[in-house]
Ligand binder design. Structure first.
Ligand SMILES: *Cc1c(COP(=O)(O)O)cnc(C)c1O
Length: 474
């Protein structure tokens, strides 16, 4: 059965009759119901019973309140890094959630713990890490990065951690949490860590770990991981890759016709730890990150001997090598089921999905480059587009107001369109927009995250709508 990623309420299958999510969810309820009937019947305690009328009323209220949301599922939503899970992930999640295993150990989760170890092998293989790499799922990219940096600190006590000014804001916060000196390295005009600046900072001898980002949150830029590997030969330091956003693009980097610059993604195979978020490009519900370590020997850092957990520091259970304790086994189940239908491969499964997202960004970038109304802020490397209007605006404060207006006008149309704003330094904007005066320290430009493959056929409409909105802008 070949499933393609279509967002909607059906699970769209090639060469198979389409069964919709309604039917599959009923199947999940039956499955778990039958499984429960393998144990003796019992009566539920009356204390957990709910009043039917109260539930009806609460549901009515809940239904009403849930209307207040952005339509992340729709191609006209091109704002932040959000989209609903694939229906297959929903099915996998719901079935496992009804059991509610915790992937701490084989005492708290069994089937899903085993699935998780298979998933980690698949994710490590996607990055071409050597066999035996150690890793596990996490609740988020934040926790995955925390673990990467915690291991770095344990292995290099007293050493600093360097990260790019364009990296995710959590790196600075994690350094402070771990009580490690954080060194911010400037980025170049494309938003990638500036290797010369890094080289300069490394000369101090204080840096024990360099955090590189594959897909920065603002611009979707990919740090020159391959070039930093060469510096590692010279200075010796750990490399942690924050591939939370862009990790799945690594699928494209090994084919001959790679649409992305393959060097940095191929270099991930040589790095020490990698964080990646299946809940971003991996079609999963929120609550699914992943950390992988190239060298499985780091497991020794996780030793503990909690007397109430039979596994103790049994390093083979996921919780024995993780910072978190309880963690949804359903997240592993959902990802496992998804990857059976949409595997981590360049030509089918996740590969064509990220390829389409990047194609959407390239296509829209082309429309912007050929337009008189907008200009690109940086050329998109992945699927995040940053741009600003080109009118007779001559000051940063006015450009900021114009961008805010545009976002509002688009969001209030009869057919709303959602984009986000990105705050940039005025000196950076001045490099790209000659003649603009810097009358404030920073200003906001426009940003669109195109993380749904359906964006590919929506960008013409999105672009046209922006052009119209600009004309309507005061
Ligand atoms: C999303 C993101 C994070 C944070 O991950 P969460 O899953 O939101 O906790 C870190 N770094 C990058 C590059 C990200 O895109």
């Amino acid at each position: 059965m070949q499933c393609t990623a279509v967002f909607g309420h059906g699970i769209h299958c090639e060469n198979a009759t389409m069964k919709n999510l309604h039917a599959y969810l009923a199947q999940a309820l039956d499955l778990i119901g039958e499984w429960e009937r393998r144990w003796p019947a019992f009566t539920r305690h009356p204390a957990v019973a709910v009043d039917a009328a109260a539930l009806e009323a609460a549901w009515a209220c809940y239904s009403e309140r849930l209307q207040d949301n952005y339509p992340f599922f729709h191609p006209h939503y091109a704002g932040q890094m959000l989209k609903p899970p694939h229906p297959v992930a929903v099915l996998g999640y719901v079935a496992a959630m009804l059991i509610n295993p915790s992937n701490y150990s084989d005492e708290s989760g069994r089937a899903t713990v085993e699935m998780e170890s298979e998933l980690v092998k698949d994710i490590a293989a996607m990055f071409r890490l050597p066999q035996g790499a150690l890793g596990h799922l996490t609740t988020s990219g934040t926790i995955a990065n925390l673990e990467g940096l915690w291991v770095s600190r344990e292995l290099g006590r007293g050493k600093a951690i360097a990260f790019s000014e364009q990296g995710h804001f959590i790196h600075e916060r994690l350094c402070s949490l771990l009580d490690v000196e954080g060194i911010k390295v400037s980025a170049d005009d494309c938003g990638r860590m500036d290797v010369d600046r890094l080289d300069h900072a490394l000369r101090s001898g204080r840096i024990g770990t360099v955090v590189l980002t594959a897909g920065t949150p603002g611009l979707g830029a990919v740090d020159p991981i391959d070039q930093v590997l060469a510096l590692r030969e010279r200075y010796g330091f750990r490399i942690h890759v924050d591939a939370s956003y862009g990790g799945f693009f690594a699928l494209l980097a090994w084919s001959n016709d790679s649409p992305i610059n393959p060097g940095p993604f191929r270099a991930i195979a040589e790095c020490d730890s990698i964080a990646v978020d299946p809940h971003k490009h991996g079609l999963q519900p929120l609550g699914c990150g992943c950390i992988v370590f190239r060298d499985p020997a780091v497991r020794r850092l996780y030793q503990h001997d909690a007397p109430y957990l039979s596994c103790g520091s049994d390093a083979l259970s996921p919780g024995g090598v993780g910072l978190e304790c309880s963690r949804a086994g359903a997240a592993a189940g959902a990802l496992w089921l998804t990857l059976q239908c949409l595997p981590l491969e360049p030509e089918r499964g996740l590969g064509p999905i990220v390829r389409a997202c990047r194609e959407a960004a390239q296509r829209w970038a082309g429309l912007i480059e050929n337009s008189r109304e907008f200009s690109l802020y940086v050329k998109p490397e992945l699927d995040i587009l940053t741009y600003f209007p080109l009118t007779d605006i001559d000051s940063c404060a006015r450009l900021d107001a114009c961008c805010e207006n545009l976002q509002r006008i688009l969001g209030q149309r009869r057919n709303p369109i959602y984009i986000s704003l990105l705050r940039v330094r005025n000196e950076e904007l001045q490099k790209r927009c000659r003649g603009i005066t810097a009358d404030s320290p920073s200003c906001r430009i426009l940003r669109s995250v195109l993380l749904k493959p359906e964006h590919e056929s929506a960008v013409d409409y999105l672009h046209q709508s922006l052009v119209e909105a600009l004309r309507a802008c005061p």
